[in-house]
Design a protein around this ligand. Sequence first.
Ligand SMILES: Cc1ncc(C[n+]2csc(CCOP(=O)(O)OP(=O)(O)O)c2C)c(N)n1
Length: 636
Amino acid sequence: MARILDGINSPADVKILSIAQLQQLAEEIREELITVLAKNGGHLGPNLGVVELTLAMHYVFDTPKDHFVFDVSHQAYIHKLLTGRREQFHTIRTAGGLNGFMLRSESEHDSYGAGHAGTALSAALGMAVARDQRGTDEHVVALAGDAAFTCGITYEALNNIAHHTKKLIVILNDNEWSIDKNVGAIAAYFNRIVTHPHFDALHSRAGKFVKMIGGKNAYRMAQKAEEAAKNMLWPSIIFEELGLKYYGPVDGHDLPALIHTLETVKRQDRPVLLHVLTTKGKGFEPALLRQKKFHGLGPYDPETGETQPSGQPTYSEIFADTLIKLANQNDKIVAITAAMPNGTALDRFQLKHPSKYFDVGIAEEHAVIFAAGLATKGYRPVVAIYSTFLQRAFDPIVHDVCLQNLPVVFCMDRGSLSGDDGPTHHGLFDISYLRGIPNIVHMVPKDEDELADMLQTAVLHNGPVAIRYPRGVGRGTPCKPFPKQIPIGEAEILRQSDRDTIAIFAIGAMVPMAEEIALQLEREGFSAAVINARFTKPLDTQTVEFFARNVEVLLTLEDHVLMGGFGSAVLEALSDRGIATPVVRIGWPDNFIEHGKPDQLRAKYGLSAAAALEKLRPFLLRFTSAPRRSQKLFTR
Ligand SMILES: Cc1ncc(C[n+]2csc(CCOP(=O)(O)OP(=O)(O)O)c2C)c(N)n1
């Protein structure tokens, strides 16, 4: 049987369908999501939950004239399928294919790009005010999950909306889940609304009514369902107090109810909050059983939902297991996550030290200031936040932690490429944004064992420390039974000889590449020292200066933007000392890097041993004819 989905080339094709056809289309979309994501990976659960809601939104509103702003926008896959990108959908999250988030450059229907949580209401308000200024009449609809209501900025927007516009629709997609179970008082509040007996009675009455009339007569149903929708309207004080008219809760899988409620809210002359209840993972049993896993994942078996076991422990797991060991001995250690217990592996810590574990919701700024408060009272807070999400907490890091020189440890997971998620999630800026702040120590481990040592070093240090480490697994270096402290600001010399003409300074996961380059240079008749720099701040200037004075050229390797990064720190140190030894820097260029497989992206942007050698070659040519005299080795 021909699929309705195959005839959907724009939202106009959705608007002409009957309810029964829309329901069939919903099933076909679910099938498509499950099949494509089984190969490409992606945010399966969130998208399965908003199939009917997205269909209803496109049925009632008219993009690109009207604007949809999706919070995080990880749940925009159906929107992509309905807005002219159906044929490319199989490329989602692959190199050169569709991005997994809304992207303004990808389609005129993507009115706002995102990847970080909590931005939808503010951005939507900006668009609504622009519309009011212009005097046009398009609708702006913000769709935000219940976890977006754990973000401070969502409330900053709520505080402003009714003051600045009369026409804005906020849809709260309440599935009770963040990536893990949603946390905090607001989650409990939403739950109180939903479980209110008043709502239950109305809801079952409306449900029976829709079943009774079926999908036969769309016009009659439209009228009747509108009455039902009106009956379901039930005000809730929090949003009303903020000046938004509250509608709901509405069953987010009930297409007639959704369509007619959206038609109702569309006609309002004041800002509206529509509370919609959805089930994350709806229509795929494995996703319903394991909501956390199916929030976002790599390829899986489309029948069973099984994924390949990862085998070796990830950096996140090494971090969490080490922290458990350290906390066993030090009762001042507490761990904080901003809604990422699974991603940071702190869920392991929670099991062992439940009273020392805090999930604060998607609230990075609060997490950092909360940690600062704990640190003032003698605690050693370890804040595990992905490098990309910590960007949001820049001011608290400066103003609350570093200015007061408080011993807070920042563990920046995903400090490198995020891969398939793309530019919103790559963690490529933290050296630059932290290096300029007084008091902070910033370090990068070359392998798993060194991560454990750095964590130990960090909790023993009496001041702020940040550690960045990449996503996934490392070299597989086994960890010592108990980590050891590393002297702050000391690099590790991995290889040197009295014939060195090149010194390679690498940080973190680039250290193996430094060793590979040194071996290749050796095959070509050049001798290169290899230094695991370990600290970007304080930089080991003694080591940098020694090698800069004793070799012909330095090579720096970092999995980070070049601008303001580790290589820049080396250049600054040399400039300050009046040393003119050339420095060849390898790192990410001054662009936002698209999504793709890390290896492909590294090859494309020159973060490979081959590309580094190529960049180094012009300098090698200068001294091939004049081999260096033998020189002394570096010692402290
Ligand atoms: C600032 C920030 N911190 C953390 C994340 C990671 N993250 C992505 S989606 C998500 C949960 C979203 O939950 P919700 O908004 O309720 O949508 P759902 O997936 O349940 O539909 C989190 C924590 C993020 N995207 N942005």
